[in-house]
Write a protein that binds this ligand. Structure first.
Ligand SMILES: Cc1cc2nc3c(=O)[nH]c(=O)nc-3n(C[C@H](O)[C@H](O)[C@H](O)COP(=O)(O)OP(=O)(O)OC[C@H]3O[C@@H](n4cnc5c(N)ncnc54)[C@H](O)[C@@H]3O)c2cc1C
Ligand code: SF4
Length: 329
């Protein structure tokens, strides 16, 4: 790990100025991902600016949306009464991630910006287009058990590791960004990218920009859950995860939102499945047909073919559970 300068931002303005004026400067939240990457020399900033002491509010806006500041800790967000009441799927997803100790220091923005857990990305002896553009991808013909089955490219088959982001993907989430050039807001759906031929560009964040907060507008209707399938029951990243909100009225699917984790370079919204089911009878047969349609685009690699069947079964199990819950209301 190389030497670096560390400072604490006492205001958003000072963090923005540091990012704009000082070269090779990075910001840090809880440090649970960035410091690991620095230890492995995957990231080598000359300076890090700590933004974890900036505003940590969770507030209801006039239009009813919940605004969550970027420095809010994962634990605080998961436990917040308004989140537990209005967005239980978000609360569940967060507590399925990492460990209590990590969630106590990890921030909302840091979670959104965390980088892939592809082992070749962390191994500087391996070819990795994400770490060194143009160097190749050792995962494609390597040990790719944890890798993606949707939206892959010939450059990269890595997954996004976050649990929290899978829940945010089914809520109506926006990300508020600021730099010394101004402010902008982007839809969460457009923030993370698929790898294409530029897997080193993972998000829509521009140089000098900071995530200041996120807004969640969707007041989730129906029953919801987050299901995470992993190799051991704690402290492991998802092989497959499913976040879902399902509303059934008079045995018809009134509304559905479903996103998948552990299967793509970004949180994967199952749009095809949703449109097939919305407004139609909530039967097991239709669930299976919708799942098959969604999964047509899935492509496995040597060691992760099993994820296709695992994803199908996990979605079916989640839909069946939520249907029972809806029918018992
Ligand atoms: C052992 C272990 C197990 C884990 N298991 C899981 C798991 O099962 N599920 C899961 O979801 N996660 C898991 N994680 C990952 C963990 O959730 C992330 O490390 C954490 O959320 C990152 O948050 P942070 O604040 O510490 O980020 P940092 O490490 O501080 O930063 C991460 C990135 O975010 C950027 N950043 C920070 N703040 C901002 C901002 N305001 N604007 C723009 N960019 C910003 C930093 O520059 C950096 O690039 C695990 C981590 C570890 C170490
Ligand atoms: S899958 Fe992506 S992150 Fe992993 S080695 Fe290939 S290019 Fe690198």
């Amino acid at each position: 790990m190389k030497n670096f300068k560390y400072s604490v931002a006492d205001s958003l303005d000072s963090a923005k100025t540091a990012l704009m004026e000082r070269s090779n400067c990075r910001i840090i939240g809880g440090g649970t991902n960035l410091i690991d990457l620095m230890r492995e020399n995957i990231e080598q900033p000359d300076e890090i600016v700590d933004v974890s002491r900036l505003s940590k509010q969770i507030q209801q806006l006039d239009d009813g949306a919940l605004r969550i500041d970027a420095a809010v800790k994962n634990t605080e967000l998961a436990n917040h009464p308004k989140v537990r009441e209005n967005f239980p799927v978000l609360s569940h997803a967060i507590v399925y991630g990492a460990s209590g100790q990590i969630r106590n220091v990890a921030t909302v923005a840091g979670n959104i910006m965390q980088r892939t857990r592809c082992m070749y990305f962390y191994d500087d002896a391996a070819a990795c287009n994400k770490r060194v553009p143009g160097s190749g991808c050792d995962a494609i013909n390597g040990i790719n058990r944890g890798h993606a089955i949707f939206g892959t490219s010939t450059s990269c088959i890595a997954t996004h590791p976050s649990d929290m982001c899978i829940a945010l993907r089914i809520l109506d989430t926006k990300i508020n960004l600021e730099s010394s050039k101004g402010k902008r807001t982007v839809d969460f759906a457009d923030f993370h990218r698929l790898p294409g031929d530029t897997p080193h560009l993972e998000t829509d964040l521009m140089p000098g920009e900071i995530i200041t907060s996120i807004d969640i507008a969707h007041s989730a209707r129906g029953s919801s859950t987050y299901r995470k399938i992993r190799d051991r029951s704690s402290y492991a990243f998802a092989l497959v995860s499913v976040a879902c909100i399902l509303s059934i009225k008079d045995e018809i699917v009134e509304d559905i939102a479903i996103a998948l984790g552990g299967v793509a370079h970004k949180p994967w919204r199952a749009d095809i499945l949703e449109s097939y089911l919305r407004g139609t009878p909530a039967t097991e047969g239709r669930f299976k047909e919708a799942i098959d349609r969604e999964m047509e685009a899935a492509v496995g690699f040597k060691h992760n073919e099993f994820k296709i069947e695992l994803t199908k079964r996990t979605i079916f199990s989640v839909l069946s559970e939520l249907k029972t819950e809806e029918n018992s209301k």
